[in-house]
Design a protein around this ligand. Structure first.
Ligand code: GTP
Ligand code: MG
Length: 459
């Protein structure tokens, strides 16, 4: 399955629905490949205007059946001529009505004139093959489409604009200069060039630049993949009420009866641009019946997998049992104690707990914004100010950057130990190899197949 994308002929004209399969006002069907404009003109009501049409323009008309010339749909057609298209090939986008039967008829008509369905990511794959973008930008395309928050979307957009590519190209050109000067020395050892005209500074700069990128990895991943956070605590402390406030809707059942929530409930929210899967769990107590006991058991195993656990404590009953203390002790640095129902305690802000922990009222909303800020800063702990515009997100990018860095560190050590130049030259070669794989200048079929098969069809 993974390799299929590469076994297809790049010259095949391809087509795919680029919008979701479902009823909508409009839908977009994308096509690309040599001859695609001539092919589509066979089923367009004004074939000549398409055939002679300029790229980057829209054409209005009807798609018609090739045999009967019966209309299929009224459409707008966007025409792109190679190389000025997303894929770098001749390409036609069809804006049609978003009815499923209509879309099916258009796709069938396209197949009847020689288009085949595109594989996942095949449009972007073609763009890469035709030099329209490097691999870091191709990855950014996927990240944009799958981003869960506006912040993640924006960060991926920076990568698409080539911010990461430019940083990598700077490193690469320094390494190429270095390689050239080493090669000159190896080829003309008799020339009285300085023994090692290799600037340790430039190597150090490359290593630092790579380090800065590596440090952004956890943050990039956080924005792209998000985290899981659980609301936990005794029964009736207000977990479901707070959960509903996060969601701004009455999703979870709230009542004064202890043990209301049994099955845990999940929802996705954005906290400071980070996609968070938030869980409302069953209140922790010795359950009264087997169903509640099962709910508590499931909640406990869920809490195990959460990056952060908000342990809620009713501020009117702030003393914890030994068992509860033991439980939160085991959470280690995943714990954030939160006091609830602060509207019920007039002297809350003078209470000793208030000096160290956030307090919130799900009822009035008091303290909620501060709680959000606190969660955000806990999730971002250890990040560098968060102002970095170039973030890396993919495991692939991280592994290759590490490989490059290790090669440069080896190189520097080799220079320090006065190792022969032809030996240290191999380290620079390794570093350049890793860089090349990062941007896609050096690729293997397997790697490309793995990468593009993650994409959706039509992208
Ligand atoms: N005054 C006040 N009452 C609250 C607040 N939060 C929750 N309550 C009340 O406390 C009771 C329990 O709230 P829930 O949100 O159901 O508590 P829970 O922790 O989900 O309870 P279980 O599902 O039984 O574990 C309800 O009667 C809520 O109206 C608050 O901030 N202020
Ligand atoms: Mg509840």
């Amino acid at each position: 399955m993974q390799k299929r994308i590469l076994s297809y002929d790049l010259n095949d004209p391809i087509c795919a629905l680029a919008t979701p399969w479902g009823t909508s006002a409009l839908a977009v069907i994308r096509t690309s490949g040599e001859g695609s404009i001539e092919l589509i003109s066979k089923i367009f009501s004004k074939p000549e205007s398409l055939k002679r049409g300029k790229g980057g323009r829209l054409y209005h008309g009807f798609l018609v059946s090739r045999e009967t010339r019966e209309p299929i749909d009224e459409v707008m057609i966007a025409l792109f001529r190679a190389p000025h298209s997303y894929t770098g090939e001749d390409s036609v986008e069809i804006y049609c009505h978003g009815s499923l039967p209509g879309i099916r008829s258009i796709l069938e008509a396209l197949r009847s004139i020689g288009f085949r369905p595109a594989e996942p990511g095949e449009f972007t794959y073609r763009a890469f093959i035709h030099g329209k973008m490097d691999l870091t930008r191709a990855e950014a395309v996927h990240e944009i489409v799958t981003s869960k928050t506006q912040k993640a979307h924006l960060l991926a957009l920076h990568r698409l604009e080539g911010a990461l590519e430019r940083t990598l190209q700077n490193i690469r050109s320094t390494l190429l200069d270095l390689q050239t000067s080493i090669e000159i020395q190896l080829d003309y050892p008799e020339e009285d060039a300085p023994a090692v005209p290799i600037s340790s500074n430039s190597i150090q700069e490359c290593i630092s630049a790579i380090d800065r990128l590596l440090q952004t990895y956890r943050e990039g991943k956080l924005y792209q993949e998000g985290v899981q956070i659980a609301l936990a605590g005794r029964t009736n402390v207000g977990k479901s009420s707070l959960f509903n406030r996060f969601l701004r809707e009455e999703r979870s059942i709230v009542s004064e009866i202890h043990g209301t929530t049994r099955d845990y409930i999940e929802a996705t929210v954005s906290i400071g641009g980070i996609p968070v899967k938030l869980y409302d769990t069953a209140g922790l107590r010795t359950a009264l019946d087997p169903i509640e006991a099962e709910g508590v058991k499931r909640s406990l195993s869920l809490i195990e997998s959460c990056a952060l656990v908000l342990f809620l404590i009713d501020c009117t009953e702030p003393n914890l049992t030994e068992e509860e203390e033991g439980f939160i002790g085991r959470l280690g640095n995943r714990l954030l104690r939160v006091y609830t129902k602060i509207d019920l305690r007039k002297d809350w802000y003078n209470a000793p707990e208030a000096q160290v922990c956030p307090g919130v009222s799900a009822l009035t909303g008091e303290g909620f914004d501060r709680l959000l800020k606190q969660i955000e800063s806990r999730l971002k702990e250890g990040f560098h100010g968060g102002t970095e515009e170039v973030l890396i997100e993919s495991d692939r990018q991280k592994e290759l950057l590490e490989r490059c860095k290790h090669a440069l560190v080896r190189f520097q050590e080799g220079i320090d130990r006065n190792l022969p130049l032809d030996i240290v030259a191999m380290d620079i070669q390794d570093a350049l190899q890793a860089m090349g794989e990062l941007t896609g200048e050096i690729t293997t079929e397997e790697m490309l197949a793995r990468m593009f098969s993650r994409f959706c069809v039509g992208k």
